[in-house]
Design a protein around this ligand. Structure first.
Ligand code: NDP
Length: 457
């Protein structure tokens, strides 16, 4: 095992105020978060019913008189295609427990997280075994499929049931974590509103022995489950038609790229905003355990339900090129900043995880040394825009929609939702960084004036 040197204490605990200050309401406060907690699961069911019963089209009551029958139909859809079952719970729970167990025991390089101000500057260590995990899981799961122990097609055949299990897991883990933290633990930055604190979370870095729950939920569940939903659709299509269409294969490639990126660059994650600052509440727990895998998969299910969809070679090649080009920009932008930060801290460790793309690491880049101690990169992609990785991520999301054609809005839901999420994230991040870096942030914004599109916006 390789130990990486930790964060230099020079960055000190200067974000102390951010860590310990009382919580200010975001997301519309208690009312807004209550609506989100009720709305997310409803939306997930609505999408599933649309895909399963309405060819992915939006459906609604035909008239005022149809409102009650409409809800009766939804109720029937639920019991027919998403009711809780032992099988659904077994599939999801076995995966959740197995992934947690393997994450806790597999070897990998170790990296030290940022000092936690509320813990007196204490740091936590993270074992980065994502690549070992993913590359063991894929052959293992195909062996289960081949020997008929667990057919991968079961995932799409029992999609609604498994999604219900994920939703229940999301709520149970959220409330259990909250109550355990306020009863026995050390709550962080509580607002005083019960529902708001459940949504944002009470605990910062919950651990079960060697298992960091937030890291596990962030990268071992959502993207892996998402990838397997797409694989399941492709395998099912193969069984039904004897081949996998170029469009269905596209989604497997797209989701493989995403899940692989999260595992291969895992050493960069402990210092991200989600791990360092966000608490582990409904927002992260539910979205990671249920929301991401069961809504970001819409394009895969849409394509599977429509039967093997093939476009002209030119259009298909265009979609693939868009995906790969956006992936390249996304991967290298994230990599340039994260590796720059690790180099400045003295804990950079070159890794040979696949793929290491050209221009991932900058040599002698330009940057702004801040009074706070940290450094802001102004070179590479960061010379042109402050959030170019968000733009690239959005183009990947666009390609996930384009590959399905233009007959339904649903495959474009992810793109639409993601635009809202990322614009909100930019605002939050900008406010936080302006507070943290003061005048140096102003200088940075002047040096790199554009956010998403170089020379434009
Ligand atoms: P960023 O990777 O942009 O990280 C923001 C932080 O990086 C800032 O708070 C600051 O932290 C530091 N920073 C900002 N600019 C610079 C700079 N020029 N030089 C050095 N450090 C800088 O944001 P996210 O964590 O939101 O996103 C990471 C990736 O995850 C993105 O590619 C995004 O698209 C993706 N993502 C995907 C989601 C999905 O659902 N698919 C959801 C959310 C994100 P500090 O205070 O430590 O300096």
């Amino acid at each position: 095992m390789t130990e990486l040197k930790g964060e230099k204490r020079s960055s000190k605990t200067s974000s102390k105020s951010l860590q310990t200050s009382a919580e200010e309401y975001e997301f519309g406060g208690p009312v807004g978060v209550s609506l989100m907690m009720l709305g997310f699961p409803c939306l997930m069911y609505y999408f599933w019913f649309s895909l399963n019963y309405h060819q992915g089209k939006l459906f609604y009551p035909a008239s005022l008189e149809d409102v009650l029958p409409f809800f009766n139909r939804l109720n029937q859809y639920f019991w027919d295609s998403a009711a809780p079952t032992t099988f659904g719970f077994a599939v999801y729970s076995i995966y959740a427990v197995l992934s947690a167990f393997l994450t806790a025991i597999l070897p990998g390089p170790r990296i030290e997280g940022l000092p936690i101000p509320s813990e007196g500057g204490k740091t936590l260590w993270y074992t980065c075994n994502g690549v070992t995990y993913l590359y063991s899981l894929i052959p293992f799961s195909f062996a289960l499929h081949y020997f008929n122990i667990f057919r991968l097609t079961e995932i799409i055949d029992h999609f609604g049931e498994i999604m219900t299990a994920a939703i229940v897991w999301g709520f149970v883990v959220t409330f259990t974590t909250y109550f355990l933290t306020v009863t026995f633990g050390k709550p962080h930055r509580l607002s005083g509103s019960f529902i708001y604190d459940v949504f944002m979370g009470a605990t910062l870095n919950p651990r079960l022995g060697p298992l960091d729950l937030k890291m596990w939920a962030e990268i071992r569940v959502p993207w892996v489950v998402l990838f397997y939903i797409s694989v399941s659709c492709a395998v099912k299509q193969y069984e039904l038609n004897g081949y996998v269409s170029s469009t269905q294969a596209f989604m497997v490639v797209a989701h493989f790229l995403y899940v692989n990126a999260c595992q291969k660059g895992e050493e960069c994650i402990p210092t991200t905003w989600d791990i360092f600052y966000e608490k582990w509440g409904f927002m992260l727990i539910f979205w990671n355990l249920a929301g991401v895998p069961f809504t970001y998969c819409i394009s895969s299910i849409y394509l599977y339900k429509m039967g093997p969809v093939q476009w002209s070679t030119t259009y298909t090649v265009f979609c693939y090129v868009l995906l790969l080009a956006a992936y390249y920009a996304w991967d290298t932008t994230n990599s340039q900043k994260n590796k720059f930060r690790m180099q400045m801290r003295g804990n950079y460790l070159p890794r040979w995880t696949f793929p290491q793309l050209p221009w991932s690491v900058l040599k002698n880049p330009r940057y702004i040394k801040t009074e706070q101690g940290g450094c802001l990169l102004t070179d590479g992609w960061y010379r042109y825009a402050r959030k170019f990785h968000y733009t690239a991520d959005l183009f990947m999301a666009l390609s996930w929609g384009l590959i399905t054609g233009f007959t339904s809005f649903l495959p474009y839901f992810y793109l639409s939702f993601f635009i809202v999420v990322l614009v909100h994230r930019v605002t939050r991040d900008n406010e936080r960084c302006a507070k943290k870096y003061g005048k140096d942030w102003e200088k940075y914004v002047k040096t790199v004036p554009h956010i998403f599109i170089p020379y434009v916006f």
